[in-house]
Design a protein around this ligand. Sequence first.
Ligand code: HSE
Length: 326
Amino acid sequence: MIDKSRKVRVKIPASTANLGPGFDTLGMALGLYAWIEMGFANETKITLFGDQMQGIPTDKSNLVYEVAQMVFQRAGVSCPELDIAMYSDAPLTRGLGSSASAIVGALAAANALIGSPLTNDDLFQMATELEKHPDNVGASIFGGLVVAFWDGERAEHIRVEPDERLEVLVAIPHFQLSTEKARHVLPREQSLANAVYNVGHSSVLVAAFCTSRLDMISHAMKDALHQPYRAPLVPGLGRILAEATDHGALGVALSGAGPTILALVDRSSSQKDELEAFMKETLKQEGIEATTMWLMPDRAGVQVSEVSPAEREASLFDNIKGEIRI
Ligand code: HSE
């Protein structure tokens, strides 16, 4: 029996995909979050908080609502009317996994609301089926580094604990780039040489993460399959990829399909300010304003909690305002 008076809150990490050579296979969860509260209602109500939510529908075409209904259908229950509230510190359409976060948040919230009949693996399979790439959704569900593949039927993954020394610098350009557009520029066929290049680099990168060989990241975090083709979409990317390690980065990559650029950094590095200035300045020289943020890897993945009776009287924004970035 479902308790229709319940309400749950989920906190979902943003994520970066690919990490350079691991195209569609390597992801990392980032300490930059979105929150969703979900409860039952007599009539569906979707409330958006914050500046990042512009253009998101507040009717039943809302992605979070639609994905929640998929969970209910899969579990064989009917909950057509929902009270949903959403807030995100992560920008949308910038290569930080916002659609994966929304899908994962909706799956986790809807599942928790009906007593968690689905396992985390069920949620991972459903999320991958919807998003098509397991790297972002895997990171948002499981946290940490996620090494994954999807064969069109099942997604498989192994989670790797990020090294304690790793910190992440993201430069988020002030323009949007859809994944669809950034995939459209990729050639349908690639050479065997490019495939071998990426298999080698991606394998060594994963091995470097697993053995704490931070010194190998600069050698391994290179890609021949997507970044060269996407570089014209993000002016300045080519120079940042080539030179960021001279300014203190352990490695640098386009975050997912971009336009955000991500650098892995040893958090005790003395060159952090220099690197941040280099990335910002290089983009600026190309006429691109960018916001930089220092983030820690997220280790927890999606977190679910019960909304208490007192919190139910307040808005999502009031309930999380001690945790959000601004
Ligand atoms: N791996 C994807 C891409 C990112 O690079 O197109 C979106 O999941």
